[in-house]
Design a protein around this ligand. Structure first.
Ligand code: DAT
Ligand code: MG
Length: 140
């Protein structure tokens, strides 16, 4: 596998608890480089577009409300096999199922308030990165 980029969000439950630095430390310790980062207040339209794949799911409204409830930190991460490497360090969606040492095991509050997002494929990583960053904002 080659060096690959992925898209990350540090979610409102984590920014509310002042955990941006602690989460970044786990990311960097796992060998991923933070090559772009910005703190934003997501709009309802941005959250609905970003999670569009889930719009028919029963939790969609709650998810959009949560993602717009406080600032988030959007990031581009880069590393060897970056998409899968970040999914590994994030841990399972439900923190109750997440492995020891993962971000969600360490910090997540619930399946909804689960501290971080990470792309699930290289294709989606490209789409998600382009939603929040222009090429000149990413310095690898
Ligand atoms: P992941 O974030 O691990 O990729 P996902 O893409 O299946 O998980 O879902 C996106 C987010 O939606 C997830 O991080 C939290 C929320 N979510 C998923 N399943 C949920 C559920 N059963 N109840 C409440 N929120 C849920
Ligand atoms: Mg997902």
């Amino acid at each position: 596998m080659a060096v690959q980029r992925t898209f990350s969000i540090i979610k409102p439950d984590a920014t509310n608890r002042n955990l941006t630095g602690a989460i970044n430390a786990v990311i960097e310790k796992a060998g991923l480089r933070i090559i772009a980062q910005r703190r934003i207040q997501m709009s309802q339209a941005q959250a609905e577009e970003f999670y569009g794949v889930h719009k028919e799911r029963p939790f969609f409204g709650e998810l959009v409300e949560f993602m717009t409830s406080a600032p988030v930190v959007v990031q581009v991460l880069e590393g060897e096999n970056g998409v899968a490497a970040y999914r590994d360090v994030m841990g399972a969606t439900n923190p109750a199922d997440a492995a020891d040492g993962t971000i969600r095991k360490l910090f997540a509050l619930s399946i909804g308030e689960n501290s971080v997002h990470g792309s699930d494929s290289a294709e989606n990583a490209e789409i998600e990165i382009a939603q929040f960053f222009t090429a000149d904002q990413i310095v690898g």
